[in-house]
Write a protein of this length. Structure first.
Length: 221
């Protein structure tokens, strides 16, 4: 066995937290198949920082074995005690387009009180393009957390369900320019006449950034 491999394997199992974190970062430089094998040594590490790094890494190497990646990410999503690790698991599920995890994602969204996890789940559902997510995304638009709402607007744009346009139109008058900017991006995904009309209206938005984005999307249509 390659000595460098053995050294990295030892680092991943070191009692020193710094060594383990460094080793996880070094996995990014390895052949994905090798990295995928080694990252499993720390996917349930005692340190949340190490688990977060390992779960995040799966977003780029999980295609090596999607069945195993799904199992590892579901475990982190459902059972990890740290919100940032759960959120990273949702992010990686989205990046890998693991649509079979939809039911788990929906359950976690409904059960968690952590906005970070909710935001990541909503963003993930947009990436997945799972039609069943429409009702959940509609519900997320009414969240008390503005960041979750922002994610829901973006996810509905990615989902491409024409029913979303009617839900999105009220946000043209939202007081936060970042929300309106995200709305422009979402509406630009639709060829619906109502969506185009809203974009035309938003070319006169008080925010130059929003107005310019709306005009760019109209010109590109």
């Amino acid at each position: 066995m390659d000595s460098a491999y053995e050294q990295l394997e030892q680092q991943l199992q070191s009692e020193n937290l710094g060594h383990r974190l460094t080793a996880v970062n070094q996995l990014r430089e390895l052949d994905p198949a090798v990295a995928f094998k080694l990252v499993q040594l720390v996917i349930q590490d005692s340190s949340a920082r190490v688990r977060y790094a390992a779960v995040s890494l799966l977003s780029s190497i999980g295609h090596q074995d999607e069945a195993t990646a799904l199992r590892l990410l579901r475990e982190a999503l459902l059972n990890d005690p740290e919100a940032d690790v759960q959120a990273a698991a949702a992010d990686s599920i989205g990046a890998l387009h693991l649509t079979t995890a939809y039911d788990d994602l929906a359950r976690v969204y409904e059960q968690t009180s952590e906005w970070l996890v909710q935001m990541s789940v909503i963003a993930c559902l947009g990436e997945l393009g799972e039609p069943r997510a429409f009702d959940l995304l509609q519900s997320a638009l009414s969240s008390d957390n503005g960041i979750v709402v922002l994610s829901a607007i973006g996810a509905l744009g990615e989902l491409g369900d024409n029913r979303a346009v009617e839900l999105l139109l009220p946000f043209t008058d939202h007081p936060d320019w970042q929300t309106r900017h995200r709305l422009v991006q979402a509406l630009s995904q639709y060829e619906d006449e109502a969506a185009r009309s809203a974009l035309e209206q938003m070319t006169n938005d008080d925010s130059p950034i929003v107005a310019e984005a709306a005009q760019v999307h109209l010109d590109a249509a």
